[in-house]
Design a protein around this ligand. Structure first.
Ligand code: AMP
Length: 420
């Protein structure tokens, strides 16, 4: 072992587990690729002010969890704690919203960083697949995103998850509700920090997971009873569209999520096998965010799904993904001359798209055959001097154990047809 270890709250992805991780990431993105979402990639760090303004000065993410740094040039940067603010910043910067085709639909995949207390399912470096639909207010768009996430989880074989749904209202109805909630919260027995939160961001108090706080919140006024007509109609439409598609959801009037920018639709996917870190994904509408970061009015909706927790959810449900072995053919040369010839055969097979590996390092036949078994290859190609003199290699079927000579010139075609 080296003197160094992965930093606290992080872990390395190594084979064979990394193959599952990759497959999960692919599966979570797959529904977006056929729903009109284009790929976007933004830097791993941004101007710290983008998150302060976008995510919210009073959120845990900004006040406690950001990795910030000052560059030698004096720039204040932060490793990205989430994707939405960056994607919107990039959209505005590139003027994608001006191309006349709204919504701008984008998907992304990447690493995110939060200085949180590490525990199972909560890391300081984690991975998300995200989607944003920018510039359009349409309940069908909110419903589409929820549907696509549902489809993504189901395609992996997950079943024990639930969708929590809420509306956070808008600038029309939320201010009056906020005041009503503040009045209620001020009458409760709460600690200093939570009291401060009542002034800055009272909705977040509803999100407090501590039982003694939750107990006091039983009679809290709920936004759903204070929605304006437009928000109420909008929410009813989202619900109706989901219901028509057979997507089951639970109304959760206390779902507020940890970010300030949400308006109207908010939702979370929770998995019941994960313990306290049960959210596998979440998102919502953020109609005011563009203006908060200096852009025009661009009502938008999006989500982010956690790849790490989705992998844990699969484990919790005992679902194993059907991942084909990385190697289909393994070549074992017996001697120098055979090595040169098989090196060429391997290169040709790979050019033909056959996953092939070679026994390197001049190992004994026994060690090389062990390597062949370990690789999971369906076939091995063994060649020694006598085979080469006859212009053949020995093709061994690792399942049946049958072995036969195949003319060197016919190896690629033979293997391609046998592998289907
Ligand atoms: P959020 O923006 O906080 O709702 O994050 C969206 C999703 O990312 C969550 O539902 C989690 O699946 C995942 N996620 C967020 N924070 C972490 C973390 N610290 N460790 C692992 N996954 C996370």
């Amino acid at each position: 072992m080296s003197t160094f270890k992965a930093p606290k709250g992080t872990y390395d992805l190594t084979p064979p587990d990394s193959a599952t991780f990759l497959a999960v990431r692919e599966a979570l993105a797959a529904p977006l690729r056929i729903a009109g979402y284009g790929y976007i990639e933004t830097p791993g760090f941004e101007n710290v002010e983008l998150f302060a303004r976008g995510v919210g000065e009073s959120t845990d993410i900004v006040t406690k969890e950001m990795y910030t740094l000052t560059t030698k040039g004096g720039d204040e940067l932060a490793l990205r704690p989430e994707g939405t603010a960056s994607v919107l910043r990039a959209t505005l910067e590139a003027g994608l919203h001006k191309a006349g085709n709204l919504p701008v639909k984008l998907w992304y995949s990447g690493s995110y960083y939060r200085y949180e207390r590490p525990q199972k399912g909560r890391y300081r470096h984690f991975s998300q697949i995200g989607a944003e639909a920018i510039g359009t207010e349409d309940p069908a768009l909110d419903a589409e995103l929820i549907l696509l996430a549902d489809q993504a989880y189901r395609s992996l074989g997950l079943r024990d998850f639930r969708i929590l749904l809420n509306s956070l209202g808008d600038s029309e109805c939320r201010p009056a509700y906020r005041t009503a909630l503040q009045d209620f919260l001020r009458g409760l027995d709460l600690d200093e920090e939570t009291r401060r939160r009542i002034d800055i961001n009272p909705l977040r108090v509803l999100d407090d997971k501590r039982p003694d706080v939750q107990k006091q919140l039983v009679d809290a006024p709920l936004l759903r009873d204070h929605l304006c007509d437009a928000c109420r109609a909008y929410h009813a439409e989202v619900r109706a569209l989901l219901t028509a598609q057979g997507v089951a959801f639970e109304d959760d009037a206390k779902l507020v999520r940890g970010l300030d920018y949400y308006t109207r639709t908010t939702f979370e996917f929770v998995h019941d096998g994960l313990g306290s870190q049960s959210a596998v994904g979440g998102g919502g509408r953020y109609d005011g965010l563009s203006e908060m970061i200096g852009g025009p009015a661009l009502p938008s909706v999006g989500w982010a799904l956690g790849v790490d927790r989705t992998v844990l959810a699969l484990e919790a449900e005992g679902v194993t993904l059907d991942i084909p072995p990385a190697t289909s053919v393994y070549a074992v040369p017996l001697g120098e001359q055979a090595r040169t010839v098989l090196f060429g055969v391997v290169a040709e097979l790979r050019r033909a798209g056959v996953a092939t590996d070679l026994a390197y390092g001049g190992r004994s036949v026994k060690a090389a055959m062990k390597g062949a078994h370990r690789s999971g290859a369906r076939f091995t190609l063994v060649a020694g001097e006598r085979d080469l003199a006859e212009g053949v290699v020995q093709l061994k079927d690792m399942e049946s154990g049958a072995q036969e000579p195949v003319a060197l010139a016919a190896v690629t075609d033979t293997l391609r047809s046998r592998l289907g």
